[in-house]
Design a protein around this ligand. Structure first.
Ligand code: AMP
Length: 507
């Protein structure tokens, strides 16, 4: 494929015009907002965006609205040439470096986005008044300009991420925010554009911040749930590093950011500290929920059989998303709505109550376990599952159904779209040659006429290409998914491997 040089736009109008053309060409737009001085943490976000979308936009803008009067706005590192080279290397399509007046931040009293005060009163908000209003305002503007399918944010700035999730929800912004794990140096120190301010002596002690968080995480894994004890563990570890001046250690609900006295769902244990003039932040998530397992991969790789067997061995709930699409198809076929009426079907899906359990499927309290498996439903389900609006409605229902954890799902975009924060992501695949051999054996077993192996292999490869390029829910391997190539493995060996992977994640 031809490698195109990265385009750089400073004008909102030029960027919008370019993205209009991208949309006409089709495919998803992934967006990574940054303040530049890009490092491996940013790189991980950009690479993920590249893997999960057809187009990638990176913005570089040192946002004056999020700096307080005594903060480091003027000194903040600006390294555009190096940032551009990194973006080019990864294959970013566009760098957006807006002029401040183009974003309206210099206007005398601009409209501001003000996230709930309750989410700003603790953690960094306590010492940085107005900071998150500034972040939310700029990010909202950027999301309105770029209108991406997905926008990527680091878990490193956990308060920012929780607030932006809330802003996107409250303002009905049509973008999925994808949280990305914290990238660290081998010492454990979280990467930050501000690490370059540290002296050698400060740098030597900085890893103690993560050491403290890890010690608390260890205690949590051993069963400790009390906030007081977990926070105390971090504080006592940090007390051994005299150059670290603690600003806060807090344990809050990871979504609402309200302080917790004990962890019952997901706790965010977060630290801010000063080393000399440099302020560093870091955090860990403490989850009581059992992991969510997302299995994606091409057709014919044995996903559904493997998933069912893994679910059974581990006592996980297998959420059959296919049964949900079948249920809606059945509902449409038994209503006045036409199969091509995408908004009508999305509305029907939104009003429907679908209950998928291990033993039955019900739609609006009616048992449809058998009815959704008829050839008529099978013939229509893929057309309905290809409707973007219907998918949006069902993805939300799937997220709600699996939120408590201990759930396994399989599909094409579970790890990239439905559960981008699943604890375990597996890309289950086999070479087209292997899948052709398996298919041939299946045909033989069923007493059906044999097909030419080379022709089978070619049609499998063609189907893979089609699935990877489809506009709605294309097949994509999440950048943090573990690829399992099952060539030469029996189904029992595959299941055993996945069970072992789950156990190492679940602890
Ligand atoms: P910034 O340029 O500091 O505004 O950061 C831009 C994005 O990169 C934010 O979503 C940050 O959370 C993310 N980011 C910064 N450092 C890291 C890191 N060490 N690991 C993962 N993401 C990061």
């Amino acid at each position: 494929m031809e490698v195109l040089p990265v385009r750089q736009f400073t004008a909102t109008a030029a960027l919008r015009c370019f993205l209009e053309q991208c949309r006409i060409n089709g495919g998803d737009i992934g967006f990574v907002p940054t303040m530049g001085a890009l490092h491996a943490g940013h790189r991980s976000l950009i690479e993920r965006a590249k893997q999960e979308n057809s187009w990638v936009v990176v913005s570089i803008f040192v946002n004056p609205l999020q700096f307080g009067p005594n903060e480091d706005f003027d000194q903040y590192p600006r390294t555009l040439a190096a940032d551009r080279a990194l973006c080019e290397q990864i294959g970013v399509d566009v760098i957006f470096t807006p002029a401040p007046d183009d974003l309206g931040v210099l206007a005398p009293s601009p409209t501001q986005v003000m996230p709930p005060a309750s989410m700003q009163s603790g953690l960094c908000g306590a010492s940085r008044p107005g900071h998150f209003d500034g972040v939310a305002t700029i990010v909202t503007k950027l999301l309105n300009i770029v209108q991406p399918t997905r926008a990527y944010f680091g878990q490193k700035d956990a308060q920012q991420l929780a607030i932006l999730q809330r802003v996107v929800q409250d303002l009905n912004i049509n973008t999925t925010l994808v949280p990305c794990p914290i990238v660290r140096e081998s010492s454990g120190l979280a990467l930050s554009s501000r690490n370059q301010y540290l002296s050698d002596a400060e740098k030597a002690q900085a890893p103690q911040i993560y050491a403290g968080l890890s010690a608390a995480e260890q205690l949590f894994r051993q069963g400790e749930r009390q906030s007081r004890k977990l926070i105390g563990q971090v504080e006592s570890q940090l007390a051994t590093a005299p150059k670290i001046v603690l600003e806060y250690v807090e344990l809050v609900d990871s979504e609402t950011l309200t302080p917790l006295s004990e962890v019952s769902k997901t706790g965010l244990l977060a630290v801010a500290a000063r080393l000399g003039k440099t302020r560093l932040i870091d955090n860990v998530l403490l989850r009581t929920r059992k992991p969510i397992v997302a299995i994606d991969g091409p057709a014919g790789a044995g996903k559904s059989s493997v998933t069912k067997m893994v679910a059974q061995q581990l006592g996980l709930f297998y959420l059959d998303t296919g049964a949900m699409y079948r249920s809606i198809t059945w509902l449409v076929m038994n209503s006045d709505v036409r199969l091509t009426d995408e908004p009508g079907i999305a509305e029907l899906a939104n009003q429907a109550t679908i209950e998928v359990t291990e033993t039955y499927v019900k739609v609006n309290d009616q048992d449809v376990t058998q009815a959704i498996r008829t050839p008529e439903v099978t013939a229509n389900v893929s057309a309905i599952a290809a409707q973007g609006a219907v998918r949006q409605v069902l993805v939300r229902q799937q997220q709600e159904a699996a939120a408590r954890g201990g759930v396994i799902l399989e599909g094409r975009d579970i790890g990239t779209h439905v559960f981008p924060d699943a604890e375990l992501k597996i890309f289950l695949t086999a070479t087209p040659a292997e899948r052709a051999r398996r298919r041939q054996k299946d045909l033989e077993r069923m007493g059906q006429p044999a097909e030419d192996l080379a022709a089978l292999e070619q049609s499998i490869a063609e189907r893979d290409a089609k699935d990877s390029n489809r506009l709605i829910a294309p097949l994509r391997k999440a950048s943090d998914a573990v690829e399992v190539v099952t060539d030469g493995m029996t189904i029992e060996q595959v299941v055993a491997k996945l069970v072992a992977m789950y156990r190492s994640v679940a602890g």
